[in-house]
Design a protein around this ligand. Structure first.
Ligand SMILES: Cc1cc2nc3c(=O)[nH]c(=O)nc-3n(C[C@H](O)[C@H](O)[C@H](O)COP(=O)(O)OP(=O)(O)OC[C@H]3O[C@@H](n4cnc5c(N)ncnc54)[C@H](O)[C@@H]3O)c2cc1C
Ligand code: SF4
Length: 466
């Protein structure tokens, strides 16, 4: 390992999720990187399902926000209309809670001239992705897949960032993989740490300190202390909810364009479904404005009264919606301002009708169908890239040495799994930031040399004159 700490400029990366880990890994070496992470080291939820079920049946699980008591890495908040927002708060960010879906979703970026082919090619070598889980699908998953095919919905097995040799098909992906089979961004974080980066956990960044139009560092809360971390480069990757709040507290305003990809499950009683014991979201139907995929909904199962039945007796289809870009994150506090628009409701109703139809075709009595809790876990879009930013990936309102590398940059809601796209984008942002930093130091060096020459010239000039 090369010791760059004495010679390299300092970079602060805020957050260790998809964007943060990818950026830190890319920057470490050229910079001495310090990753500041608000959460602690990630641990999967250890509680067995039968215990969760017992707690629920005893009526002890009354509010989704209680999950933090047993699972600190999962943060839950509510916004207007009871929409429940979930994100990860620990090393690995929200990637540790993912269902392992690995879809390339850079269409909107490509349309504005951002070509991430090189980054996706690299990711194909770095993140193992496979659809071989198909051979282990449960009977209901197989039948639903066939039904979707017969209905002309073009279902496809979901590419998964899961090492299937290690996967025990426990179905607990969204609670953190207990068997190390699912890829999450801690792998990139570990690479950065192996290269010499530092990690500070339990460190919640409050604001970027801006002096003379440049980011001088960040101020953060570590325990009871307020600590200043100086930096030559600051990269914000605190996620679609964390980054806009930091920017607002730093006096940089974001756009009220929060999108979250709302999720609603349409479920039915189905004895012996085994859905909670297989890789979640085994296949996906991609429709304009939403996707549909089989999914055991832990959130509804634990906290929604309509789901009070045995885990093995429920079969559900998830709708994930590409919502309208409208909503905001407050600079302080946890109350989000996010509502579904009339168009969102219309699209959700269309998707719900399709799910109901599929379940009825499978043999479900329409009267037995019930819904889950409306929730969301893909926040982003509050500092959206525009065509004008295509080359720099650096929105003009940011100081030259302050970058954003996470879902905050996404120009539109995807209604699809975003991890792979955020990884590619964050890699590129880090490269652009590094190149811009190299250019700045080259110019500063030239200025210093020119300055010294000018001083020598004026000194000799004075000498001659005297
Ligand atoms: C249940 C669930 C399942 C999902 N499944 C999938 C899937 O299968 N495939 C997929 O592609 N996507 C999935 N997603 C979405 C995906 O995980 C996120 O969109 C993605 O991780 C976002 O990346 P990010 O870098 O923007 O933020 P994050 O990964 O959320 O990382 C942000 C990090 O910043 C930290 N942070 C926040 N504020 C501060 C602060 N002030 N100071 C310091 N640190 C801070 C957080 O603790 C966190 O570690 C899922 C999401 C959920 C909730
Ligand atoms: S289903 Fe496989 S990848 Fe998911 S948590 Fe279980 S072992 Fe890990």
């Amino acid at each position: 390992m090369r010791d760059v700490s004495r010679v390299a400029p300092r970079a602060i990366v805020v957050g260790s999720g998809a964007g943060g880990a990818a950026a830190a890994r890319e920057l470490q070496g050229t910079y001495q990187v310090t990753v500041l992470e608000a959460g602690r080291e990630f641990r999967p939820l250890g509680l067995p399902l039968r215990w969760m079920q017992r707690l629920r049946n005893w009526g002890l699980l009354v509010d989704e926000r209680m999950i933090r008591l047993v699972f600190p890495a999962m943060r839950v908040r509510r916004s207007a209309e009871g929409l429940v927002h979930i994100n990860g708060a620990g090393t690995g960010g929200t990637t540790t809670l993912s269902a392992g879906n690995a879809l390339r979703m850079d269409g909107p970026l490509r349309e504005m001239g951002i070509d991430l082919d090189q980054e996706f090619d690299e990711l194909a070598r770095e993140v193992p992705v496979s659809t071989a889980h198909q051979r282990n699908w449960s009977e209901p998953a197989r039948r639903l897949f066939e039904l979707c095919g017969a209905a002309g919905l073009a279902p496809r097995p979901t590419p998964k960032m899961i090492d299937l040799h290690r996967c025990r098909r426990c179905g607990r992906c969204v609670l953190g993989c207990p068997h190390g089979a699912k890829w999450d961004s801690r792998r990139f974080l570990d690479d950065a740490l192996a290269g010499g980066a530092r990690l500070v956990t339990g460190c919640s960044v409050r604001k970027v300190v801006i002096r003379g139009g440049r980011a001088a560092g960040v101020r953060a809360r570590v325990g009871m202390r307020s600590v200043f971390f100086p930096a030559d480069l600051v990269v914000l990757s605190a996620g679609g909810l964390g980054t806009p709040a930091i920017l607002e507290r730093s006096g940089i305003h974001c756009e009220p364009r929060l999108s979250v990809d709302p999720v609603l499950c349409v479920a039915a009683p189905w004895p012996g479904s085994r859905q909670h014991h297989e890789v979640p979201m085994p296949f996906v139907v991609q429709r304009p404005g939403y996707i549909i995929s089989p999914y055991f909904d832990y959130l509804s199962f634990l906290f929604d009264r309509r789901w009070r039945r045995a885990a093995d007796g429920v079969l559900a289809l998830m709708i994930k919606l590409a919502d309208s870009e409208s909503g905001r994150v407050p600079a302080r506090g946890s109350r989000l301002d996010k509502r579904l628009t009339t168009e969102d409701r219309r699209r959700l109703a269309e998707a719900e009708a399709l799910c109901r139809d599929l379940l009825v075709r499978l043999g479900v009595d329409p009267a037995d169908i019930f819904l889950g809790t409306l929730n969301a876990g893909h926040p982003g879009g509050m500092l959206p890239l525009t065509a004008a930013d295509a080359a720099t990936l650096h929105p003009a309102r940011l100081p030259a040495n302050l970058y954003v590398a996470d879902a905050t940059l996404l120009p539109h809601s995807l209604g699809n799994p975003p991890i792979l796209t955020i990884l590619a984008l964050a890699k590129r942002v880090a490269r652009v930031a590094r190149a811009a930093g190299d250019e700045r130091s080259r110019m500063a060096k030239e200025l210093r040399i020119d300055g010294k020459a000018a001083i020598r010239y004026s000194e000799t000039g004075r000498k001659r004159a005297s």
